[in-house]
Ligand binder design. Structure first.
Ligand SMILES: O=C(O)CCC(=O)C1=CC=C[C@@H](O)[C@@H]1C(=O)O
Ligand SMILES: [Mg+2]
Length: 369
């Protein structure tokens, strides 16, 4: 049994090496929670929340995460022991949505569980890969020249796929310029819901660019219009923001809204639901990949472990720690060599938490026992 005795919420502030711009705006400071969970044997599991400080990506924020974890979710975990991390999803089922708060805690339970078994988290999840292919996500840049320079730099580092953010006015022409310089490089676009069906004819031009996919072109809560758009495009649509659960996945697949799913542990409420979406898509030959939320090392470690499952057949957004941070919260940091991450074989998340760095970057600590 997993008997949780104490949960420590470290509210951390880290500054990205470079500002991150999407169709929604730009930010560089990232506040989030490191969840430290201690069991009755004194073992520690770690999770990381991914909600941003403002509700632009989803309705959740750092503040809503804190409220939900402290006032609703942690008390449910402390109520009684757990047989298996899969039970957390059920234990939280009375709480509506708030998936990122749920996932931060459930991730710590999974890490604790794997450490109790003394196996890597990847193995506890059923993953077999010892190495994973990764891509990189490039925010909207100040000029096409700067974008081409970044694509060149990341291609030289061996990243397996370039994700380029687009929005009206920074899309087809920009991608054509990149294609001119890199005629065969695996490319995809992420629109973060910047378009509507009125842009259908405009978006059809993407079909001439040999993109691997176009991610979330339409509204963050839509699967109907995406089905209309997918029927008009030969480029596969990948859904991100629209998919919060296995049920959303089932509906989107039945409607034909997408051909690929970007699975983000925080967006779907944790690793157990992420596995269910993975398995559902594998049974229907729908490829998935692991999206990113600009995580620090603990969240990055969870993404690496999840990506070892068989149907993560497309490179995800799990770039190396040094792409994001001057100093990460884990030792060793996540390193990408020629577009590949070697999966750690230590118990749990497989990386040690750098306590000194955590203390230095922690702006508030709450102990709940
Ligand atoms: O490098 C990463 O962690 C991926 C970053 C990234 O592309 C995104 C993070 C968060 C929201 C979005 O802007 C975007 C995405 O949609 O995947
Ligand atoms: Mg996305």
């Amino acid at each position: 049994m997993i008997s949780i005795k104490k949960v420590i919420l470290h509210q951390v502030r880290m500054t990205l090496k470079a500002p991150f711009t999407t169709s929604f705006g730009t930010f560089q400071d990232k506040d989030f929670f490191v969840v430290e969970m201690i069991d009755n044997a004194g073992r520690t599991g770690f999770g990381e929340s991914v909600a941003f400080s403002s509700p632009w990506y989803s309705e959740e924020t750092v503040r809503t995460n804190e409220h939900m974890m402290k006032d609703f979710l942690i008390p449910l975990l402390l109520e009684k022991p757990l047989e298996h991390p899969d039970e957390v999803f059920q234990r939280f089922s009375g709480i509506r949505r708030n998936n990122m708060a749920k996932a931060a805690l459930e991730g710590a339970v999974w890490d604790l569980y794997a450490k109790r078994l003394s196996v890597p988290l990847a193995q506890a999840l059923g993953g077999k890969k010892k190495e994973i292919d990764v891509g990189i996500s490039i925010g909207i840049q100040s000029s096409v020249q700067e974008l081409v320079r970044l694509v060149e730099n990341f291609a030289e580092q061996g990243y397996k796929r370039m994700k380029i953010k687009i929005k009206p006015g920074w899309d087809v022409d920009v991608l054509k310029e990149v294609r001119k310089v890199f005629p065969t490089l695996p490319l995809m676009a992420d629109a973060n819901s910047a378009y509507t069906l009125k842009d259908l004819e405009h978006l059809k031009q993407l079909d001439d660019l040999d993109l691997k996919m176009i991610e979330q072109p339409l509204a963050h809560d839509d699967i109907v219009d995406h089905a209309t758009l997918q029927r008009a495009l030969s480029t596969p649509i990948c859904l991100d923001e629209s998919i919060h659960s296995l049920e959303d996945t089932r509906r989107a697949v039945e409607l034909g809204s997408c051909k690929i799913i970007n699975i983000k542990i925080g967006r779907v409420g944790g690793l157990s639901e992420a596995k269910r979406i993975h398995d559902f898509c594998m049974d229907r030959n729908i490829p998935v990949w692991c999206g990113g939320m600009l995580e620090a090392g603990i969240g990055r470690a969870h993404n690496v472990a999840l990506t070892t499952l068989d149907n993560f057949v497309l490179p995800g957004d799990t770039a190396g720690s040094s792409h994001y941070w001057d100093e990460d919260l884990i030792e060793p940091e996540v390193v990408v060599k020629n577009g590949v991450i070697h999966v750690p074989d230590l118990p749990g998340i497989g990386y040690e938490v750098n306590r000194k760095a955590l203390e230095k970057l922690c702006i508030k600590k709450s102990v709940i026992a």
